[in-house]
Design a protein. Structure first.
Length: 80
């Protein structure tokens, strides 16, 4: 697995989790509440998934799929 790719995916997922917990990433204060910021970050993961379709190693694809599924579930649980 490419460490840079893993860092990107995990970083976006972590920021989404933090936003759901009320801790917005630096510069995101004007983007709405935590759920909206989290949804934007999840949309970014989804875009990454679309743009890399068929070009990822198996473990990279699994990491991205798992992160996207987990974060989508977390936002859904918060009622967004």
């Amino acid at each position: 697995m490419n460490a840079h790719f893993a860092s990107l995916v995990l970083g976006l997922a972590h920021q989404a989790e933090a936003a759901l917990g009320g801790s917005l990433p630096p510069g995101a204060e004007g983007m709405g509440d935590g759920r909206q910021v989290a949804q934007t970050l999840i949309d970014t993961l989804g875009m990454l998934q679309e743009k890399t379709e068929g070009r990822l190693e198996t473990d990279e694809r699994q990491l991205l799929d798992q992160a996207l599924t987990a974060e989508t579930a977390a936002v859904t649980a918060c009622g967004l």
